[in-house]
Design a protein around this ligand. Structure first.
Ligand code: SAH
Ligand code: SF4
Ligand code: F3S
Length: 478
């Protein structure tokens, strides 16, 4: 989870289905057009790039206008109730388009497809195809079934699928920053979370294919990659060996980070998400060793109360989390830290909510993604505990958390004012093409006047004159 935001509302809006901004053409066209829209986390956005790659290989072109599409896909998220509601609303709009274009195939992909399976076809009459996150290779076949007049479903989860051999088609790209999926699924059973049910068992992708993807991106002009997984610290790859051969040593996340960092010193490396129970000092030392691994860690705390963390089945407590934060500050001084927080989890008391606020004061997060607890069917919490905190109390606690984070985010940004920061120019500022925009190591966004001596993709030294609550404002210095 890497967008920059300070409130849940902005966060949700930032993630509202982004359509393809680029129109891509296949080597050999079948004359049909694909439109794809993604919701949820970066894993889903990354999966849409795999889906586009599979369909381009089958002759589809992509379009950014769903009214002219033959196939409309919506890659969905189930993490909170409102994420699903948004998808349902969007489907109503597609229903309208389908009236004018009766041949249009509508497919639901991703986590909501996996959660609801064939029920989707009963509930939403316009949906023709339902496909879970591990079944995208089957898409051409599923579309062919719809062409033959059937409605089709494939929601099989896999223990092996990592799509390692598929080169993602970069969508919505600025040509400078890209995501690389390094693992899939999740084996943690956080009691509030639907992900283990929608994405299946954890599996790590072959490091050779990850390094190659990073190298290819670098060769194409990309200058930053973000390694993605629900819990990157438990990345572990053991190569298969022929009978009689010595087994090779497993590749850890720290090993992988080092290998990707060695692709080129000009390639910046980020990663997300780190789990507090698994992040090791070894990873922190590797981050310290390589200048091109960004000094920024997304370390979701969820709650500051040990009792609530236990109910959440996070398998760490408050002291453990504080110990990890202290280790980060000791080994990588100045490292940025961000978090996810849930307010109003089952039985959370006012004192326990205060513990979350005091944890925020202790860490002073650079960013936070903050949510009111939303019960998800089938999760451990839904089975075991009553969702007993009234909505207005969840929301009030959320407001308090958001207000505190605003102050901390501003303080963190103010720390950069009067200093010179190394920034990767990612493009032009949203507001004006007279300004460049890019981030520093700690993921803070900066805008600064265009200087003809530097182009998008260059690193520049930027002196920070001032900041707003979300952006550093500066100028290039030599
Ligand atoms: N793998 C990541 C999180 C993925 S989900 C991790 O372990 O940190 C992103 C965030 O959504 C979670 O960190 C959590 O804060 C929030 N979230 C997940 N389930 C939720 C629920 N049922 N209600 C509210 N927020 C939830
Ligand atoms: Fe969900 Fe926990 Fe896995 Fe994150 S680590 S995806 S919160 S189960
Ligand atoms: Fe991601 Fe949402 Fe699925 S957060 S893993 S798309 S439930």
């Amino acid at each position: 989870m890497l967008e920059f935001t300070h409130t849940t509302k902005e966060h949700d809006e930032a993630r509202q289905g982004e359509a393809l901004l680029l129109e891509k053409e296949p080597a050999k066209s079948n004359g049909r057009k694909l439109y794809i829209e993604s919701y949820g986390c970066q894993m889903n956005f990354s999966d849409s790039e795999i889906v586009a790659s599979i369909l381009l290989d089958n002759g589809f072109e992509t379009t950014k206008n769903y009214n002219e599409a033959d196939v409309v896909f919506i890659n969905t998220c189930s993490i909170r109730e409102n994420a699903e509601q948004r998808v349902r609303n969007r489907l109503k709009e597609f229903e309208f388009a389908k009236k004018n274009n009766p041949g249009m195939i509508v497919g639901v992909l991703g986590c909501m497809a996996e959660r609801l399976k064939a029920k989707f076809l009963e509930e939403e009459k316009l949906v023709d195809v339902v496909v879970g996150p591990d079944a995208y290779r089957d898409l051409p076949n599923l579309i062919a079934q719809v062409d033959d007049g059937a409605r089709s479903v494939n929601v099989l989860l896999s223990r092996e699928e990592t799509y390692a051999d598929i080169s993602p088609v970069r969508l919505n790209t600025n040509g400078i920053t890209a995501f690389i999926s390094i693992m899939r699924g999740c084996d943690n059973m956080c009691s509030f979370c639907v992900v283990p049910f929608t994405r299946g068992r954890e599996r790590s992708r072959d490091p050779e294919s990850i390094v190659k993807e990073a190298q290819d991106l670098f060769n194409e002009g990309y200058r930053e990659v973000t390694l993605l997984g629900q819990n990157v610290d438990s990345y572990k790859y053991t190569a298969a060996v022929a009978e009689g051969e010595e087994p090779q040593k497993a590749v850890s996340f720290s090993d992988l980070l080092a290998r990707v960092a060695e692709v080129n010193p000009l390639l910046r490396i980020r990663f997300s998400t780190s789990h507090p129970k698994d992040i090791t000092d070894e990873v922190l030392y590797t981050m310290g060793k390589y200048a091109n691994i960004c000094k920024y860690i997304h370390l979701p705390v969820q709650s500051g109360s040990s009792r609530v963390l236990d109910l959440m089945n996070r398998t760490y407590d408050r002291d453990w989390y504080i110990n990890r934060v202290d280790a980060i500050n000791r080994i990588i001084p100045g490292c940025g830290i961000s978090t996810d927080i849930i307010t109003g989890f089952c039985t959370e008391t006012e004192e326990e909510h205060q513990e979350t606020l005091s944890m925020m004061d202790y860490v002073k997060y650079d960013y936070a993604f903050m949510f009111a607890y939303s019960e998800r069917p089938g999760t451990l919490a839904a089975k075991r505990f009553e969702d007993d905190i009234p909505e207005d109390i969840k929301k009030r606690r959320l407001t308090e958390v958001v207000a505190k984070q605003r102050i901390h985010s501003l303080e963190r940004l103010q720390n950069f004012v009067g200093k010179t920061q190394r920034i990767l120019i990612e493009g032009f500022s949203k507001r004006s093409d007279k300004d460049y925009a890019g981030r520093n190591d700690q993921n803070a966004m900066a805008v600064f006047p265009v200087n003809a001596a530097y182009k998008v993709g260059d690193y520049v030294q930027v002196y920070i004159d001032s900041c707003t609550s979300a952006t550093l404002i500066g100028r290039i210095v030599d």
